[in-house]
Design a protein around this ligand. Structure first.
Ligand code: TUI
Length: 315
């Protein structure tokens, strides 16, 4: 059985995190992943702070296993969420899209395990110094807001630079990817895209259908000119967004307002003109299944490929 410091630190059975996907990661999905022995995460990007509080309370009803909250630091209500999670007794936090250093003393004082999602060595080192308990190192294969480096070179460089456990994210979708991440020195994996089609994931059926139909070349990155690159499925929306970005006459604020609300529209309405954030591994997501089957496939699959490799290729 693959175990790591992450399991002991968080009290979970398998070192598998479910990505805290904006508008997607709610109590239903997080509780299912936690009940399966992984770490379920609730996203702070929802219909406001009270909606997130509600999801936390629902999740407590659905599982007695550890679960956490992901705080998107660029959100206008990030500060409010940072306090609310303490009120709600949350003990595990991941953060994304920035530095949570200013909240760290307050969270540590509340006994919270803080696991920033980062995309560079410099940020990993900074977070370790600030008191992070672990980091999620996310490569640009991931869906949503991405950094520049990809998972294969990112993970070993971060593993070499910090003492705290590193959880690998970006492009990991099955046991093969998880095994590779462990071989790079990761002590856990975070998976987002594959959980989009989990039975307990409550997004619009049209979103799930798009992920299931995706191939290897179905995603694209837009938003680079805005300093906010985002990976999503190629759709009429992403093509229009790219067109606006490449037109020197389009003002950045017009592009920004074009994108506003587009993820929510995809998740809740299955709108053709929504933003269908997904990672490069969407082309590997073949079927809808319970979150438990996904968690088990990731870990048992990793064990299987590692054992088979050792048995047949290491003489
Ligand atoms: O945060 C993510 N992925 C996300 S957030 C999100 S919400 C959204 N909604 C609408 C439009 C755009 C986004 C969707 N996907 N992943 C974690 C992550 N964090 N990836 C990269 C980073 C990151 C980047 C820079 C972390 C720290 C960082 O630091 C910069 C600095 O030096 O402050």
């Amino acid at each position: 059985m693959i175990k790591s410091r992450i399991c002991d630190m968080l009290g979970i059975e398998y070192p598998v995190f479910q990505g805290g996907m904006a508008w997607v990661a709610n109590a239903s999905l997080a509780a299912a992943v936690s009940n399966a022995g992984g770490l379920g995460l609730i996203s702070s990007i929802n219909a406001g702070t009270e909606a997130v509080r509600n999801e936390i309370r629902k999740c407590k009803q659905l599982t007695d296993k550890p679960f956490g909250v992901n705080i998107m630091l660029q959100a206008p209500n990030a500060e409010e969420i940072a306090h609310m999670v303490i009120e709600e007794g949350i003990k595990i936090l991941t953060t994304g899209a920035g530095s949570p250093a200013k909240y760290m003393p307050m969270w540590k004082a509340a006994g919270i395990k803080v696991i920033p999602v980062i995309a560079s060595v410099a940020m990993a080192v900074k977070m370790e110094r600030a008191g992070a308990d672990a980091v999620v190192a996310e490569g640009a294969e991931a869906g949503g807001h991405v950094g520049e480096l990809h998972t294969m070179p990112l993970i070993p460089q971060i593993v070499d630079a910090v003492q705290i456990p590193v959880v690998a994210a970006g492009g990991i979708c099955d046991g093969r990817g998880a095994a590779a991440a462990f071989m790079l020195g990761a002590e856990g994996v975070q998976v987002g895209t594959r959980f989009l089609v989990a039975d307990e994931c409550t997004i619009h059926e049209a979103y799930k259908a798009k992920v299931l139909k995706a191939t290897d070349i179905s995603t694209t990155v837009t938003g680079k000119t805005l300093g906010h690159p985002v990976r999503s499925l190629k759709t009429p929306f992403s093509r229009e967004f790219a067109k606006m970005e490449s037109n020197p006459d389009t003002k950045p604020e017009d592009i920004l307002s074009f994108g506003t609300g587009s993820l929510r529209k995809a998740v809740q309405e299955g709108d053709e003109f929504g933003s269908y954030m997904a990672g490069e591994s969407a082309g590997m997501v073949r079927k809808a299944e319970p979150a438990k089957a996904i968690v088990e496939d990731l870990i048992l699959g990793a064990e299987r490929v590692l054992r088979n490799f050792a048995a047949t290729k290491l003489a």
